[in-house]
Design a protein around this ligand. Sequence first.
Ligand SMILES: [Zn+2]
Length: 204
Amino acid sequence: MTDCPPDPPAPTGAALPEDEKERIRLLHASLEIPAAWIAARGLPRMPLAARLETCGEDAAGRPVRLLPEAATAWRALLAAARAEGLDLVVVSSFRDLDRQAALVRRRLERGERLEDALRVVAPPGYSEHHTGRALDLAEAAHPVLEETFEASAAGAWLRAHAGRFGFRLSYPRGNPWGFIHEPWHWAWAPVPSPAGTAAAPHRR
Ligand SMILES: [Zn+2]
C-alpha cells in the first residue's frame, strides 16, 4: 500500500451552486429519477466539496480525494489502524456529479430497477461522497464492499476507534434515508470544540 503524504490542495472543478442545481436536474432527468422519490426519502442535498486534497491512492489506483480537514483526520486514523496491524484501503472517496450518475446508470444497464439502484447508490447531488468527507473502506486483503465487513477485524476496529478521529458510520441498519446498511461507509464531521462551538452539521 502506498504512503499517504500531505499533497497540495487540488482544484475540484466544482460548479457554482446554481450550475450545480441545474446539472443535478439534468442528470436526474436523464436517469428518469422522479423528484418525488427524493422528497419521500427525505434525502439531504450534499454540496460538492469546495476544496480537495489528494491523499494516496485507492484500491483501484485512483487518487483518494478528500476535504483537507477530512484528509488530516484520515491520515491520523490510518496511522493508528496500521499501528495495530490493520491494513485499511480506500475503495471510494470524493465523487463528482457525473461519476455518481455513471454509477447509477451502470446498475440500470445491468437490469436493476431504478428504485433498487437508488438504495445502494445515492442519486447525483445526494451522495455524501460529493462532500469530500466520505470514505468507503475495506481490508487490503479483501477490497470489496460487502456487509460482512462489519464482522471483520477492520470493521470492529473502526466501530471502536473511528469516532476518536471524527469519523462516523453514516448508514447503519434501518437508517432513515432508505439506504442499505453500509458498514464500510464512514464520514468525517467536525467535532464540537472545547468551547462548544460546533461546526454546522453537513447532513441536513
Ligand atoms: Zn460510500
